[in-house]
Design a protein around this ligand. Structure first.
Ligand code: 2PG
Ligand code: MG
Length: 388
């Protein structure tokens, strides 16, 4: 396929924030989400500005030939040459990811293939990690809310479509246990409850669902503690904890509430305490890096070397380059680190994340439970499951 025509425009994400959309050769449009609890080490979203990147893409006239995933290298070289960059990611994570994704969608269309078939051969259906109740920065719409950003359920049926049913069943169940005030940025319930009350509600709903569906269901959190960490303390509504108190607190949470997944239990520079926790409880629980690793290859290498994580979040627009994402997936697979491909809190209606999860062979996908921006991805996965 030759890139003949590139069109780009500005659209709004689920929060009404501007983001970039790109279409190549009249194929399906790709677009980028936006984060809110963004990590310090993420690639910048745009080179110069969103407007600059949209203008650059609308004037992109290089007739590059792309016949397979790895040909994206040619695209990166062309961008570097035109803008005088040392690395294509300097073009911005949102703009580079969206451009590459639009190219792959156009290629899939031309080859009469599915997007996931273009991406890779390590195909598998991921387990969904569903955000049922929200807190932290994502739930600032209400004054009193849980400390932790996300309370998650992970149903472990072999069939993705069954997991979808179970996730929705728990989502509805929790609604009746906790008094809610609507939904937050990601479609998770907005509640004025304490963390403990949410854990109890989730456990109650989980027990009922396990009986009904006869499937193991795990629960977890995205603690997103970089946003709680100020003046060298973790600032909770009812307490301030220093670093070693935080290790003890998180360890107790894992044991008391039988958590199988804990994302960002420490702030984004703290490889040391990640490593301590992973050593103590890594056999029982996934210790997941998000802001810690920020989908940056070198930081993943560091996390593996220091044995800080046994799972990591991978967000395409934390990095920008799909080629580098593939290298990160390969590295994780080699070292037994589980991969969680993830949405952002400000999403678009692009369902591409579902194809990337299957194509890259992600172990898990975190893309929410409810609202249309999340449902398009889950529905796409249910459709892919029927094809493979
Ligand atoms: C996270 C993400 C997505 P944000 O912290 O894992 O849930 O949030 O997109 O705001 O960074
Ligand atoms: Mg996170």
């Amino acid at each position: 396929m030759i890139i003949k025509e590139v069109r780009s425009r500005i659209i709004e994400d689920s929060r009404g924030q501007d983001t970039i959309a790109v279409c190549v050769n009249g194929g399906a449009e790709a677009s980028s989400p936006n984060g809110k609890s963004t990590g310090e080490y993420e690639t910048k979203s745009y080179y110069k500005s969103l407007n600059f990147c949209v203008g650059f893409l609308n004037n992109f006239r290089d007739k590059i030939e792309i016949n397979k995933f790895d040909d994206l290298v040619k695209l990166e070289k062309a961008i570097c040459k035109k803008l005088g960059l040392g690395n294509a990611r300097e073009f911005g994570a949102n703009s580079l990811y969206t451009f590459q994704s639009a190219v792959l969608k156009a290629l899939a269309h031309e080859k009469k293939k599915e997007l996931f078939e273009i991406i890779g051969t390590n195909r598998r259906m991921p387990f969904p990690v569903g955000n049922v109740v929200g807190g932290g920065l994502h739930s600032s719409a209400i004054k009193i809310h849980p400390n932790f950003q996300e309370f998650l359920v992970i149903p472990k049926s072999k069939r993705f479509s069954d997991n979808l049913k179970i996730m929705n069943y728990i989502y509805d169940g929790v609604k009746n246990i906790l008094q809610n005030h609507g939904v937050n940025d990601e479609g998770a319930w907005l509640v004025s409850s304490t963390d403990e009350e949410v854990f109890d509600a989730l456990n109650k709903a989980k027990v009922i669902a396990e009986k009904k569906f006869r499937v193991d269901i795990e629960i977890g959190i995205d603690a997103a503690t970089s946003t709680l960490f100020k003046n060298r303390k973790y600032n909770y509504t009812d307490k301030k904890l220093n670093q070693s108190e935080q290790v003890k607190f998180v360890s107790e949470l894992i044991l008391n509430y039988d958590l199988s997944y804990v994302e960002d239990p420490f702030q984004e520079r703290d490889f040391k305490n990640f490593s301590k926790l992973q050593k103590a409880l890594g056999k029982k629980c996934l210790i997941v890096g998000d802001d810690l690793t920020a989908t940056q290859y070198n930081r993943v290498v560091g996390a593996i070397r220091t044995k800080s994580i046994n799972a990591m979040i991978i967000k395409p627009n934390q990095n920008g380059s799909l080629l580098e994402l593939k290298r990160i997936f390969d590295l994780c697979r080699k070292h037994g680190v589980k991969t969680v491909l993830s949405h952002r809190s400000g999403e678009t209606l692009d369902s591409g994340l579902a194809d990337y999860a299957v194509g890259f062979g992600a172990d898990y996908i975190k893309c929410g439970v409810a609202t249309r921006w999340r449902e398009v991805k889950l529905m796409r996965l249910a459709k892919i499951e029927k094809k493979i």
